[in-house]
Design a protein around this ligand. Structure first.
Ligand SMILES: [Zn+2]
Length: 272
């Protein structure tokens, strides 16, 4: 893998206790829809080894450590669509599974305004240990689910589920749902078209950020490379705070996904 540092396995610290494993959660593994759902930022769990990365509890609860509400939304979608869902069980501050292993933002030294003391001056062995014990198991588990779906369905759709903070670096974000894409905009555009008449929410393509911000790693590795339709859904997290509103967002997104896949003739004979 590009950027990997060769280090003897014996040098690796063990980052997780037996109770803290596995690092990946798979929900509805046998889901019948031609879809793979992914939630890379599902958890703000920081294993004991890291001593909270030097952060306060309030910081660990904030959006810098995870996507608040995203896992709840993704599980609701998994249930509604009957689709398998792959979630990381580790905070993105330990390793951001939506980044390549060699990305400087995979183990960020600062997130928005907050320095992350536990990510400063990492040794090659510490860096490699996180790649080996957090990133690679996620990459492998997601790859397995995608491979299974490709055996069962011609072109399953890869759909990643995220949330974003309403205010970032002091700037208020008006967009409510972003449909992000990189080189293949087919599914994102089909969902946007489906929203016309089905939703009053402010929904935009590649907002509040886009592939130029380095957020398309999962789409590129598991979607584009396999020739699968793909989209990254970003929901403003103030709409996911209440269970009722989160359920409404899930219902809206389910409709948009169903309509888009039908229009693209990707519904596996209308099974979803
Ligand atoms: Zn995210």
């Amino acid at each position: 893998m590009q950027g990997r540092i060769a280090t003897k396995p014996a040098d690796f610290p063990s980052l997780l206790t037996a109770e803290e494993k596995p690092v990946v959660e798979i929900v509805n593994a046998d889901g019948s829809a031609p879809i793979v759902l992914v939630c890379e930022h599902a958890s703000n769990n920081i294993p004991l080894y890291f001593d909270n990365l030097g952060l306060s509890e309030a910081e660990r609860q904030s959006h810098i450590a995870w996507d608040p509400g995203a896992r709840t939304l993704a599980v609701a979608l998994s249930r509604a669509l009957d689709a398998p869902l792959v979630c990381s069980r580790i905070s993105r501050l330990v390793f951001d599974c939506n980044r390549p292993a060699n990305s400087p933002t995979a183990m960020p030294q600062k997130s928005e305004h907050t320095p992350v003391p536990g990510n400063l001056a990492l040794s090659p062995a510490q860096t490699e240990a996180r790649i080996e014990q957090v990133y690679q198991p996620f990459l492998y588990a997601l790859g397995e689910v995608v491979a299974r779906q490709r055996k069962l369905h011609k072109t399953p759709a890869l759909i990643t589920v995220h949330s974003f903070t309403p205010v970032f670096f002091g700037v208020e974000r008006k967009v409510q749902i972003g449909l992000l894409h990189s080189r293949d905009a087919t599914l994102a555009r089909a969902m946007l078209e489906a929203a016309d008449g089905q939703s009053d929410l402010r929904i935009e393509l590649n907002q509040p950020y886009g592939p130029e911000d380095g957020v398309s790693h999962t789409l590129d590795v598991h979607g584009i490379k396999n020739g699968l339709p793909n989209v990254m859904i970003e929901v403003r997290n103030d709409m996911l705070g209440e269970p009722r509103s989160a359920a409404q967002i899930a219902t809206t997104l389910e409709k948009l996904i169903q309509t888009a896949l039908k229009r693209l003739k990707l519904t596996n004979g209308g099974v979803i």
